[in-house]
Design a protein around this ligand. Structure first.
Ligand code: GLA
Length: 390
C-alpha cells in the first residue's frame, strides 16, 4: 500500500467514513545552490516523489485534530489559542497555522491523518513538506487561493519563529511552486521564480548515506552567522551583493575561514546561473561539472559535508553514465544526489548502493526520483463531510 492509501485507510478507521480531501506535499532535492538562500542568492531545487500526505475533512469549528501514522501522540489545537507545547511533531502544523493567521488569513478547522515517506533529517526537506501540506489543507478548507510565495513565506516564518530554526526559504518555495518535470530556478531576494525543464536525457538519483546530521542546527546557524558577518564586513545587505571580483579585491581583510565561507556562497551563486544556462542548452555534461564543483566547494570551503557524503559522491562519480554528484540540502549528513544518463540510472543506483555498503559498512538508500508537482489537492472531488467530533 502506498502512503496515500494508508492515510485514507486510517482515516476511515478513525472517523468511520472516507476522507473528503487528500493533500500531497513533496520533499525536494536541490540540484545546485546550497546555503545561498539565506544569502539572498539563487537556488535550483526540484520536488521529488516522496511526500507528506494528509487525508482530511473540514470541521465546522476552529479546531485542528491531526494524527500521524509515524507518531503515537495526537495533535489537537484551537486556532483561537495557539500555544507552543514543547517539541511535539504537530508544532509544525501549529506554527504554520500561526504564521498564516499572522499573514491575515481567516482559517477554519479540519481533522485528518498524516503520513510521510520523506526521511527526517536527510536533507530532503521533510519539515517544509509538513508546513506546505498544512498550508494546502488550510487553503482548501478556508477557501483561499494557493499563492506559492505567500504560502512559502508563512512556512518559513513557522520554521524560523515557531520552531526556531534559522532556515532560508528554498524548501518551502520548492514544495509550494515546483511543477512536474521541472526544477525551480528561484531568486531568493525577489522571490521571482521560473520552472525550468529537467533535460529528458538525465535522471536525478538520490543517494542517502544513512548518516543523519548530528547537532545540525549549531552547524547551520554558525554558517548563517558567518555569512552575515562577511556581509557586514562588505557593507552589503547579503552575500548576494558581493561579486567574485569584489571578494578578490577586498577579501584579504577577512580571516581565512570567513574568506572560504564567503567564497563558497559567492561562487555557488555563479554556478547556479551557469547551471540554468546549461539546462536551457541541454548541456548535461556542463551541468554535471557544476555539480561536482559545488560539492568540492561545500567540502573544502563551506565544510558542511561529512565523510559518508564524500565517499558516496566519489563512488557515484566513477560509475558509467554519471555526469556529476554532490551533497544536497543543509549538510552534515543525509543525502547526496547524482545526475545520471537516464538509460543507466537503475544500474547506477544498484551499483552505487552496493559499493557504498561495502566501503562504508552502512546500508544506504539509493533511488531514482522524478521531478514532481508541488503541494496539491489530489482528490478534491468528493463532497465535503464536516464534523465537530472531539
Ligand atoms: C536547509 C534549509 C534551506 C537551505 C538549505 C541549504 O535545507 O532549510 O533553507 O538553507 O538547508 O541550502
Amino acid at each position: 500500500m502506498g502512503v496515500h492509501e494508508r492515510v485514507q485507510a486510517e482515516f476511515i478507521r478513525r472517523f468511520g467514513q472516507p476522507a473528503a480531501l487528500l493533500i500531497r506535499a513533496p520533499g525536494r532535492v536541490n540540484l545546485i545552490g546550497e546555503h545561498t538562500d539565506y544569502n539572498d542568492g539563487f537556488v535550483l531545487p526540484m520536488a521529488i516523489d516522496r511526500a507528506v500526505w494528509i487525508a482530511m475533512r473540514p470541521r465546522n469549528d476552529r479546531r485542528v485534530l491531526i494524527s500521524s501514522l509515524e507518531m503515537t501522540t495526537v495533535g489537537s489545537f484551537s486556532l483561537d489559542d495557539l500555544q507552543r507545547d514543547g517539541l511535539e511533531w504537530y508544532e509544525y502544523l501549529k506554527g504554520t497555522a500561526w504564521a498564516l493567521g499572522e499573514a491575515g488569513y481567516d482559517l477554519r478547522g479540519w481533522e485528518g491523518v498524516m503520513s510521510s515517506d520523506v526521511p527526517v533529517g536527510a536533507g530532503l526537506s521533510s519539515s517544509a513538506a509538513i508546513e506546505m501540506a498544512t498550508a494546502r489543507a488550510f487553503a482548501q478548507v478556508a477557501g483561499f487561493e494557493w499563492e506559492p510565495v505567500r504560502m512559502a513565506r508563512a512556512g518559513r516564518r513557522a520554521e524560523n519563529e515557531w520552531i526556531g530554526v534559522n532556515s532560508g526559504i528554498m524548501d518551502q518555495m520548492a514544495c509550494a511552486a515546483c511543477q512536474a518535470g521541472h526544477a525551480l530556478f528561484l531568486d531568493c531576494r525577489s522571490l521571482e521564480y521560473e520552472n525550468i525543464p529537467l533535460p529528458a536525457s538525465v535522471a536525478v538519483v538520490v543517494l542517502d548515506t544513512a548518516t543523519r546530521r548530528g547537532n545540525v542546527d549549531s552547524g547551520y546557524n554558525e554558517r548563517f552567522q558567518q555569512c552575515q558577518a562577511v556581509a557586514r564586513y562588505f557593507g552589503v545587505k547579503a552575500l548576494r551583493d558581493v561579486t567574485p571580483q569584489g571578494l578578490l579585491e577586498r577579501g584579504d581583510g577577512l580571516d581565512e575561514v570567513a574568506y572560504r565561507r564567503a567564497r563558497h556562497v559567492v561562487m555557488e551563486d555563479h554556478r547556479v546561473l551557469h547551471a540554468i544556462a546549461a539546462m536551457r542548452a541541454g548541456n548535461v555534461a556542463e551541468l554535471g561539472r557544476l555539480l561536482d564543483a559545488s560539492h568540492a566547494s561545500m567540502r573544502d570551503d563551506f565544510e558542511i559535508t561529512n565523510e559518508a557524503l564524500n565517499v558516496m559522491v566519489s563512488i557515484a562519480r566513477r560509475q558509467p553514465g554519471c555526469y556529476g554528484a554532490r551533497m544536497t540540502g543543509g549538510g552534515f549528513g543525509g543525502c547526496a544526489m547524482a545526475l545520471v544518463d537516464v538509460g543507466q540510472a537503475e544500474n547506477f543506483a544498484a551499483t552505487v548502493a552496493h559499493e557504498y555498503q561495502v566501503e562504508s559498512g552502512l546500508a544506504p538508500s539509493v533511488y531514482v526520483c522524478h521531478p514532481c508537482q508541488g503541494a496539491e489537492v489530489v482528490d478534491g472531488t468528493l463532497p465535503f463531510v464536516t464534523s465537530s467530533s472531539p
